[in-house]
Design a protein around this ligand. Structure first.
Ligand SMILES: Cc1cc2nc3c(=O)[nH]c(=O)nc-3n(C[C@H](O)[C@H](O)[C@H](O)COP(=O)(O)OP(=O)(O)OC[C@H]3O[C@@H](n4cnc5c(N)ncnc54)[C@H](O)[C@@H]3O)c2cc1C
Length: 573
C-alpha cells in the first residue's frame, strides 16, 4: 500500500516530488481550515463549490495536475501523473464528492482535447487551466443513457463547408454551468453511422449555449444544456468519425480510474467517524464495540476498505505502465470502477448498521458520504456495463497467459502520455495476461487465500467443463453472475500483488480473503438459482460454496487495528 489509510494529520506524501507534496498538503490544509461546520453546511445548502475553485485557481492545482507535459511549456511540475492524481482524488473523496466531481468532469472534458490533434484547442485548454477554469464532458443525453451511439446532438454543415451549426440537448453534464471548454459528442446531419460522429468543444458562456438547469439538488452542478444553432468552427473540432467514438471511450477509461480513490476517501473519513463514535458510546454499561457483531462489522469494513485501496493502488501501476502492447489496464480499470465503488457502498452499509441513527445526523461527514457513496458505481457507465466489459477478458485471462516483465510500483514523476494515445478501441478478447495463479501461489499458506484460490480454480474448471451455453451467453442476467465471480478472482490477484509490494499484515490479508470467500459463495448460490442453470452448473455452484477458515486470534488482532483508529482523526470545527 502507498502508506496506510489517509489521515490528514499525518500524510506527508513523501513518495512524491516537492511541488506535488506541497499541493496535496495545501489541498488538505484548505479543507481542514475550511472546517467541518462550514464544509457540512455548504453541502446542506447545496452551495456551488466556488470557494474550492478559487483555491484551486490560486494554487494552479488543476493546471499542475491535469496538463500533459507536452503542453506545459517546459514546467516539469505540470504533467499528467496517474499516481498523484489518484492521491488527489482520495483527498477530494475524503472531504466531499462535490469537490471530487468538479475535478472529475474537468478530467473527462480534457480527455477528448488532449487526445486530439487540434493544437489550438490544446493550447487553449492549457491556458484556461492556468487561468483557473474548469471543463466539462458532454456525452450523455436524457433519452439515450448508455446508448451513446444514438446521439441527438446534430451538426449541420454550413453552406461554405467550413464549419457546422450544432443543435441538441445534453443531460447529466457536470460543470456545464461554468466550463470554459465543454467537450461535446454529436453526429453530422449528412453522414449516417460511425463516420458521422464528431467531438467538438463549446464554450458555456456563448449566447447559443443555453444552460437549462441542474438536474440534481446539491453542490455538484450536473447540468442540462441546449446548443441552439451553436457555431462550430474548424478550431473547435477535436475528432471526427470512429475516432470520435474512440475518444469518448478512451476518455472514460481515464476517468473511471479516479472513481475508486474517490470512494476510498469517502469511506476512510466515515470509518474514522464511525469508530470514534461507537467506541465511546456506552450502552448497558459497556462500549458498543464490545458487541461481537459490531466488531464483526468493523473488521469486515476495515478489511474491505483496505482491499479497495490495495487493488486500486496496484491498478495505478498497470495503467501507468500500459502501452499498445500491454493493454491489461482495460480489464483492471472497469474493475476499479465497478467493483471498488460497489465495495464502497458495502463498507458504508456495514458502518451505518453500527452507527445507526448517528449516520443520519447533519453534523457528521458520514451522513453526506452515505448519501453520495452510491453515486460512484452509477457514474460513467453502470456496474452492469462494466461487468459486461470485464467478461470479454475472461477467456484469455484463464486460458491463454503471456509472459510480461514484472511491473513495479509506479510513484515516479513521469508524464503518462499513453493515457491520451490509447489508440483504436476494441480487441478486448485479444488482451493477454500474465499467469494469474502466481500471485495466489505466493500467499497460499495464508489460510483464507488458500481456500479462495481453490474456489478460483474451480471457476476456471467450470468454464472448461460446463461453460455457459449459447443460449445462456445471450442472457446478460446469467453471464453477469459469472462476471461477478470472475471479478473476484481479478480483484484478489491485484490485492495479493500489492500485499506483497507493501508487506501487508497477514492477519489483514486473511480477513480480506475471508470476505472474498463469502462473496464468491454468494455469487455461486446466485448462479445455482438462475432459471437456466444446467444440472452440471447447479452441482458446480453448490460445490463451490466454501467456509472461511476461522481464527479468533487473527480476527482479534485485526479488530485491535480498527479500535486504535478511535480518535485517530477528527476534523476540526
Ligand atoms: C451524478 C451524475 C453525473 C453524471 N455526469 C456526467 C457527465 O458529466 N457527463 C456525461 O456525459 N454523463 C454524465 N453522467 C451520465 C452517466 O454516465 C450515465 O448515468 C450512465 O452512463 C448510465 O446511463 P443512465 O443512468 O441513463 O442508465 P441507462 O443507460 O438508462 O441504463 C438503464 C439500465 O440498463 C443497463 N444497461 C444499459 N446498457 C447496458 C449494456 N450495454 N450492458 C448491460 N447493461 C446495460 C444499465 O446498467 C441500467 O441498469 C452522470 C450521471 C450521474 C448520475
Amino acid at each position: 500500500m502507498r502508506g496506510p489509510l489517509l489521515n490528514p494529520k499525518s500524510n506527508d506524501y513523501a513518495q512524491f516530488d516537492p511541488e506535488t507534496r506541497r499541493l496535496l498538503r495545501a489541498t488538505i490544509d484548505f479543507f481542514e481550515s475550511y472546517g467541518k461546520q462550514r464544509l457540512l453546511q455548504a453541502d446542506l445548502d447545496a452551495e456551488w463549490v466556488a470557494d474550492f475553485l478559487e483555491f484551486q485557481k490560486k494554487e494552479k492545482l488543476f493546471a499542475t495536475f491535469l496538463t500533459p507535459a507536452a503542453y506545459a511549456d517546459g514546467d516539469e511540475n505540470r504533467r499528467w501523473d496517474g499516481a498523484r492524481n489518484a492521491a488527489l482524488s482520495e483527498i477530494f473523496g475524503f472531504y466531499g464528492l462535490a469537490y471530487w466531481y468538479a475535478e472529475q468532469v474537468t478530467i473527462l472534458g480534457l480527455g477528448p482535447i488532449w487526445m486530439s490533434a487540434n493544437e489550438k484547442a490544446k493550447t487553449k485548454a492549457a491556458q484556461q487551466l492556468l487561468d483557473g477554469e474548469v471543463m466539462a464532458f458532454g456525452l450523455s443525453e436524457r433519452e439515450h443513457g448508455a446508448d451513446v451511439y444514438s446521439t441527438d446532438m446534430v451538426l449541420t454543415p454550413d453552406a461554405d463547408g467550413q464549419g457546422f451549426t450544432a443543435s441538441g440537448t445534453k443531460y447529466y453534464i457536470g460543470n456545464g454551468n461554468v466550463a470554459g471548454m465543454v467537450s461535446v459528442f454529436g453526429r453530422r446531419s449528412d453522414i449516417d453511422g460511425p463516420e458521422g460522429y464528431v467531438f467538438f468543444t463549446a464554450d458555456s458562456r456563448h449566447p447559443n449555449y443555453k444552460l437549462i438547469g441542474n438536474v440534481v439538488h446539491g453542490q455538484m452542478y450536473v447540468s442540462t444544456f441546449e446548443l441552439d444553432g451553436y457555431p462550430v468552427t474548424a478550431d473547435d473540432i477535436l475528432h471526427t468519425g470512429p475516432e470520435a467514438f474512440a475518444a469518448a471511450l478512451n476518455t472514460v477509461n481515464v476517468g473511471k480510474f479516479n472513481l475508486c480513490h474517490g470512494s476510498i476517501g469517502m469511506c476512510t473519513h466515515s470509518l474514522y467517524e464511525a469508530i470514534t463514535h461507537s467506541n465511546n458510546r456506552i450502552l448497558y454499561g459497556n462500549p458498543v464495540t464490545d458487541f461481537s457483531h459490531v466488531q464483526g462489522n468493523f473488521v469486515d469494513a476495515y478489511a474491505r476498505l483496505t482491499a479497495m485501496k490495495l487493488f486500486s493502488d496496484r491498478a495505478i501501476d498497470y495503467f501507468r505502465s500500459a502501452s499498445r502492447d500491454d493493454r491489461r489496464y482495460l480489464l483492471f480499470n472497469p474493475v476499479t470502477k465497478s467493483k471498488v465503488t460497489s465495495e464502497g457502498e458495502t463498507v458504508m452499509t456495514l458502518l451505518l448498521d453500527v452507527v445507526a441513527a448517528k449516520g443520519y445526523e447533519k453534523n457528521t461527514y458520514f451522513h453526506q458520504a452515505n448519501r453520495f457513496i452510491g453515486w460512484l458505481p452509477r457514474l460513467e457507465g453502470t456496474v452492469h456495463v462494466n461487468v459486461a466489459q470485464i467478461l470479454k477478458f475472461m477467456p484469455n485471462y484463464f486460458f491463454n497467459p503471456a509472459e510480461y516483465v514484472d511491473i513495479a510500483t509506479r510513484n515516479d514523476a513521469t508524464d503518462d502520455a499513453f493515457f491520451f494515445a490509447q489508440g483504436p478501441v476494441g480487441g478486448a478478447g485479444k488482451v493477454q495476461f500474465a499467469d494469474w495463479k502466481a500471485a495466489y501461489e505466493s500467499f497460499r499458506d495464508v489460510a483464507n487465500v488458500g481456500v479462495f484460490f481453490r474456489q478460483a480454480k474451480a471457476l476456471q474448471s467450470l468454464l472448461e467443463t460446463a461453460p455457459p451455453t449459447a443460449e445462456q451467453a445471450k442472457d446478460l442476467d446469467f453471464v453477469l453472475t459469472i462476471g461477478h465471480l470472475f471479478t473476484l478472482v481479478v480483484y484478489g490477484q491485484l490485492i495479493l500483488e500489492q500485499a506483497a509490494a507493501t508487506s501487508l499484515d497477514l492477519d489483514v490479508l486473511n480477513r480480506i480473503f475471508d470476505f472474498q470467500i463469502r462473496d464468491f459463495s454468494g455469487y455461486a448460490v446466485s448462479l445455482y438459482g438462475k432459471p437456466s442453470a444446467t444440472s452440471e452448473q447447479q452441482e458446480w455452484a453448490l460445490g463451490a460454496v466454501r467456509r472461511p477458515a476461522a481464527d479468533a486470534e487473527s480476527f482479534d488482532r485485526v479488530w485491535q487495528q480498527v479500535k486504535v483508529l478511535d480518535g485517530a482523526y477528527v476534523m476540526p470545527d
